[in-house]
Design a protein around this ligand. Sequence first.
Ligand SMILES: [Zn+2]
Length: 273
Amino acid sequence: MSWLRSIRDTFKKKKQNFLFNVGNEERERNAIFRFILSPIFLQNLYTSGSFWYWVGVNIPLDIFGSGVNGDVDFLISFSKLPSICREERLYQVAEIKTCKVNKRGRVGATHSGDKKINKTVKQLEKLRSFGSGRVSLFEIFILEKYFSLLDNNLIKIIQPYVVKKGKKVCNNGFSYYPFALEPFSGKSSERESGWLHELLPVCSFGGKEDVGLFKIFTENLETFFEENKKDMEALFPIVTCCEKCRKLQIINPHSLEDDFKCKFCGYLLFRNF
Ligand SMILES: [Zn+2]
């Protein structure tokens, strides 16, 4: 049954390098998911001195009828002191971009051309004019499996892109955080072994007060979370919106389900690869 074994091995291989091999749109969506689950991300949250409540992923700005187009890729609800009081909650929002780096150190489309960077800055400006006081760009470099084993110098490889992009983003008053995700080199799938290199923020700003439509947006999200969390004991529950039926829902990223499907229409939200 060698053909069977070969199919199985091919499938396994794909799974081990899923984020690197998958198409652009799916990569971005699933990179956020993998990012939230990475141990260093969790550790960072614990050592940052903040208290975290829930994470929002891919939520349309218009979900409560603001009339504004666009989405929030990533949002974290947190506070400086442990508090059940909603008024003390703060929100960090981020636009997520991904960029592939193969195991030989070749960087894929970096979107670091002036036109692309200007487009990204416009997206960040949109979140700021919606009323968010803390807007960042999270750039996730997706490393091909075996990248680290081949003695690549990650910082050296990505530095030119990071510096160019960071400068432009920061000059406009936004924070810029580059990260890198790499699957471990064992036989297990990325689900057991995806990990995160954290690179220092190129720049970060303390943040201003949230105002306007964004305030209403987060108040509504908090209400939705309170009313729907039920027995959710997840470490970091994710509030997300189905692209297809546009219904908000809460998922537990640590659940052992194979894939996360929309609770209302069955559309595939994230792969638990
Ligand atoms: Zn749906």
